[in-house]
Design a protein around this ligand. Sequence first.
Ligand code: ARG
Length: 457
Amino acid sequence: MKPWGGRFRERTDARAERFTASLAFDRRLWPYDITGSLAWARALARVGVLSDAECQAITGGLEAVRQELLDGTFAFHAELEDIHMNIEQRLIERVGPVGGKLHTGRSRNDQVALDERMYLKDSVERVEEALRATQEALVARAAETLDVPMPGYTHLQRAQPILLAHHLLAYVFMLERDRARFRDCGARADVLPLGAGALAGTAFPIDRAALARDLGFAAAAPNSLDAVSDRVYVIEFLAAAAISGMHLSRLAADQTLWATAEFGFVEFADAFATGSSIMPQKKNPDVAELVRGKSGRLYGNLLAVLTTMKGLPLAYNSDMQEDKEPLFDSVDQLEAILGVLPPMLASLSFRTERMRQAAGEHFATATDLADYLVRRGLPFRQAHEVVGRVVRYALEGGKPLEALGIDEFRRFSDLFEADVKAAISVDASLRARGVAGGTAPEAVREALALARRLVRS
Ligand code: ARG
C-alpha cells in the first residue's frame, strides 16, 4: 500500500514503479532524513500538533529506525519510491498510527531539499579538507625543490627558465580558489527549506527560525516557492567540482607529459603506475590519466543538472529527482581523485638534473639578453630585433647562446660587454624575476610562505 494510495483505484504498473523509484540512489540521504524528521517532530510538538508523548514515541521510533539503518538491518522497499517514504513507513510499522503524524504540514518537496542541502554542506566540508590535503602535498614538494630550475613553456615551446617549485605552487593557488568556491557554495546552501511544505508554506505555525537553528542552518528560506524549486545549490557545487576537476586535470596532464621519455622530468612511483598487458617495458601513469579523464564526467554532471532545470515551471517537478545521481557522482569522483592525488604527488621522483639541464637550453634566456640591452638604453623593440638576429646566427652555426664569444655578440650591437655571458645564465634569469609573484628564488620563497599560511587555515 502506497502512502498516497487513497486516491487510486489501480495499482502502479511495475514498469512505472521501477522507472520512478529513486531509492537506489537517494538512500544515501538517510542520515539527513532522520535528523530532519527528528527536528520536524520537535517543531510540531512546540506548536502543539504533537503531544509530548506522541513526540517521544516518534522520536524513539526514528532513533530505532536509525539504528536499523546503521546496523544494515533496515529492509528497503523500492515500491515505496524513495528514502523518505521508506523511513516514514518503517516508523509507522514500529510505533503504530502515531507515526503517521510526523508528515503533518511537511512535504517530500521541502524534505528532499532539506536532506540534500544537509548532505551538500557535509560534502563541501569533506571536499574542502581533501583539497587542503592536496595543497599540502604540493607545498611539501615545492619546499623541497626550491633550488631546481626547469624550462617554463608557452605554446608548449621552451620559453623562459622557472623554478619547479614555482610551477607546483601555481596549483596550490588554483586549489585555494577552488576551496573558496566550495566554501561559498556551502554558505549559500546553508538556508533551511523545511517549512515550505509542498510549495505554499506549512499551515501550522512552525517557528522556522528556531527550526533553522535546531538543524544548524544560518537562516530559513524567505520564500516557500523558491525553497522547494531551487536546485542551484546543487548546480553551484557541480560547477565548483567541474572547475576544480579542470585544475586537477591540468596538474595530472603536466605529470603525464613530464613522465614521457621525451620530457623525462618525472618518474612515477611503481605504486602509482601500472603496466601493459602486452608490452613488458611499459610503465603507464594510469592514476594521473584517470584524474585527467574524470574531469569529463564532472563537466557532464554540471551540464546534466543545468539542462534538467532549464525551463521548469515553479515549483517542484519530478524532473528535479534527476539532480541526485550527478551530485552524488561528482562528490564521489572528486573524493576519489583527491584521495589518490596527495600520495601520488608525494611519491613522484623529479629528475632534477634533467630539469636543470633543460632549463637553459633552446635559447631560454633570450629575453634576458634583450633585457641586457634595454638596461643599456636600447628600446625594447630594437633589443628584441637584435637578439632575434643573434638567435638566428647561433641557430645557423648550430651553437647555443652561451657558446658565443663576446666578439660575436658585438657584431650585433656594441652595447654588448663581457658581462653579457653572466646575464644569460639560468641563475641570472631566475634572479632577475624578483618581482612579487615572479620565479626568482626569493619571490618563490615568499609565495611558499604565503601558501603555507593559506593551507594551514
Ligand atoms: N524522490 C523525490 C526527489 O528526489 C522526492 C520528492 C518527491 N516529491 C514528489 N512530490 N513526488 O525529488
